[in-house]
Write a protein that binds this ligand. Structure first.
Ligand code: 16G
Length: 245
């Protein structure tokens, strides 16, 4: 076991961070593992709880650990590489990684389209839309908050579907014959607000990525406009470009 040296020029919290990093690198601590508590680390390494807390908090902020209220601190999964080449949905992406996707519906209601949304969805301002606000998780780790505004013509029954147990894209395609076939997407950097941080279980002010996606079904018909907040420390977005027109 790597020790923490009192006479080292390196601060003790920093040494503990390196010890914990090494445990992850060597595979001794695996993604999803519960790490020892501040008290246990303190006793194990002869340091104060405060020092242990500082080391843990910094690794939470760096995305290596995540906290679950009342349960403890866990080792994060490796970063998710989200390709931006083929149009895929959250459930599909997470399943392809061999993880278990889940969803918590934060709210689901009818709303009237505001100007910006109306423009994105090619509808008149004031038109009724279905607004679905969901927390998306992989193996119980929160990854993103998605707010989908859905043009429900042709899929009116969607409001009665269980959107915690089903994939939105899959329902649109298989149940309603409205396959999502194309999308436009914007990415923007930002910082987690109080509410976002609480739901995503990350510190307030952590880096996040805001995405805005308009999804089209056949005949270039917009069906969903989604505004999402992704944990910045958990995602890498990947695309491939070429110069041919
Ligand atoms: C993706 C989409 C979201 C869509 C969801 C459907 C972005 C960046 N991504 O996460 O718009 O609602 O997939 O996922 O907005 P589902 O089929 O698992 O419900």
């Amino acid at each position: 076991m790597r020790a923490i040296f009192r006479n080292s020029p390196l601060p003790r919290y920093y040494q503990l961070k390196e010890v914990m990093r090494e445990k992850i690198r060597s595979g001794e601590w695996k993604p999803g593992d519960l790490i020892p508590s501040e008290r246990e680390l303190g006793e194990q390494y002869g340091i104060s709880r405060m020092t242990a807390r500082q080391a843990i908090t910094e690794l939470v902020n760096e995305g290596l650990f995540y906290r679950e209220q009342g349960k403890g601190t866990f080792v994060s999964r490796h970063k998710i590489t989200q390709q931006l080449i083929r149009l895929t949905g959250f459930t599909e992406d997470i399943q392809a990684r061999g993880q278990r996707p889940s969803t918590k519906t934060l709210s689901a209601q009818m709303v009237l389209a505001d100007e910006a949304t109306a423009e994105r969805l090619h509808v008149k301002q004031g038109r009724q839309l279905f607004r679905l606000h969901r927390l998306r998780l992989a193996d119980d780790e929160p990854l993103a908050i998605e707010t989908s505004l859905i043009c429900f013509i042709g899929c009116e029954k969607l409001l009665e579907d269980d959107l915690e147990q089903n994939s939105l894209y899959q329902l649109l395609e298989t149940k309603y014959g409205l396959p999502p076939i194309e999308a436009e997407q914007e990415l923007e950097a930002g910082l987690a607000s109080n509410d976002e941080a609480q739901v995503l279980r990350i510190p307030v002010g952590s880096p996040v990525l805001f995405t805005r996606r308009t999804t089209y079904t056949e005949r270039n018909q917009p069906i969903e406009y989604a505004k999402s907040v992704y944990c910045g420390s958990k995602y890498t977005f990947y695309t491939r470009m070429n110069r041919e027109q």
